[in-house]
Design a binder for this molecule. Sequence first.
Ligand code: C2E
Ligand code: CA
Ligand code: CA
Length: 588
Amino acid sequence: MQHARSGTPEVATPRMTARVLAVFYAFGGVTGLLAVLGSAPGTGRRWAITALGISALLGAVVLVRWGPHWPRAAFHVPVAGATGLVGAAAALATDPLTALVLASIIAFVAVDAFFFFRPVVGLAHLSVAVLGVSTVLVLRGDVPVPTVLALDTVVIALGTVTRDLAWRASRASRDPLTGLANRRGFDDALQELLAAAERRAEPLSAALLDLDHFKQINDTDGHEAGDRVLVRVADAWGAELPPAAVLARHGGDEFALLLPGLTGPVALAEVERLTALHPGIGVSCGVAQHIPGETKAQLMRRADAALYVAKDGGRDRCALDGAAGDPLATELAAAVAAGQLGVAFQPVVELAGNRVIGVEALARWDHPGRGAVPPDEFIALAEQHDLITPLGELVLRTSLVQLTALRETTGVQLVLGINVSVHELADPDYPQRVAALLAEFGWPADHVVVEVTETQLESDAAVVRQNLETLMRLGLIVAADDFGTGYSSLSRLDVLPVQHLKLDTSFIASVTTSPRRAQLLASIVALADNLGMGLVAEGVETVEQDAELRRLGVLLAQGWLYGRPMAVTELAVWLADRSVDGAFSVAG
Ligand code: C2E
Ligand code: CA
Ligand code: CA
């Protein structure tokens, strides 16, 4: 496919080319048939022109049916064929007026030629068409030469204007360096191909390709060297693509590819073949197959999530997003979009005062057929299928709606704990979005704890770290969740961007049975104290565990002993039952 430097108008995808040609063939055929009706008698010739008209109509059918799958070069045949048909019809016309009308169909060729092909090739088609048809008219002897020239003028003017318009249209949607479609051109193509895929119930896959360590090439060898690499890659891929594919430069060193008709696994194989063309340049890529009903943005987000997985897996590899093959993921996407996820709140208590100081929000999904899906299961699914950001936002919004209503009736401002995945934190806008939501509900930032699991905190992505620091600057509290299950963070505790530690359930479970565990916990309490960090014990189920935590000086705790995760209505009752002089308390 000649997307690259040829100057071929970007608007002319094979699908588009076939469609425009089919329209011209159909209208050309109809024009021919009408012209015959109005022409002077001459049976044999009139039948011959009728036959040409019908051939043109059949040509239109062929173009619609098979044209979109042809390589671009194949379109020279119908364009040149049109010149032949028009020339023959004009030669056979029984009177000069009909000859002129038939010859005027050549205008279609002028438009086609510049719309589909680069200017030089377009000019060649136009010259052959104009010279051929003019010769036919002049040789007839019954059409005055100035009249022929008048027709030529109109046709040449149309061709020139089409060339300019096609050039302008393509420039706006093309990347000047590689000649590929730019983001805008890609977006237009995606819109068109997505609609076609839905209409025909055909598969469509999208891929994002990212050159590994491109920044290094730029930094060490200069921008020209970087540009040369981009052009080389674009040319090589462009030459090897299937005819209907659309390749675009998505920005920087990222390319985007649309593969109509290909399922995810086939697209993955195709992309792997392409990336193997440059053994010297590592390429990471993410592939996603379109799910019916999904928007452009959702499809590209899943391709992006797959790209993220490929990069996470060590780069220079391709990953396929699995959503298309997983009905549960599709249902989860629909449930998140429809706001059908619930939130359960589990109390967090202050041991010394036996008071409830806050709640942790825990997502709940009641699947219509399967019942409650375990959070560990659907959260993992959401992370794999790029649903975790909308899910997290839904949980936060629902929590704020329900807890601000509760605050109005109780007058007590609780601390809200939310679970956040690094995939959410990978978005540079995350802190601003959270801040905007808190402002919307008048919820104080210092009454929000952002819980990130210890293992995820070890992600070395700079943006994650920056976001955590921004959240802290905004006044939120950042906590390392499931602390004690990771391995390296104890030694790096002083550098992790966190203010609270949430000791993992498994840790608390053994605290009364293992003296070494109890000793370790005592050390962690001292360590947290020294570093000025808050400590929350999670999963407290027995009075023995509670007593041990108090003895060791743990300040905050959470667990079934105090309260299970519950719906906001239950929470209201639970809190009311424990109200002592306006302060909430629990029996230790
Ligand atoms: P987590 O953040 O460690 O949440 C605490 C889990 O421990 C919850 O499980 C809670 O129900 C459970 N738990 C509470 N008290 C006790 C106890 O005394 N004993 C025992 N054995 N378990 C207790 P749940 O609700 O199944 O959530 C599982 C995990 O799913 C959470 O672990 C969290 O990592 C994740 N999750 C839940 N909601 C969200 C969310 O909105 N966003 C994200 N990113 N993750 C979430
Ligand atoms: Ca948590
Ligand atoms: Ca936890």
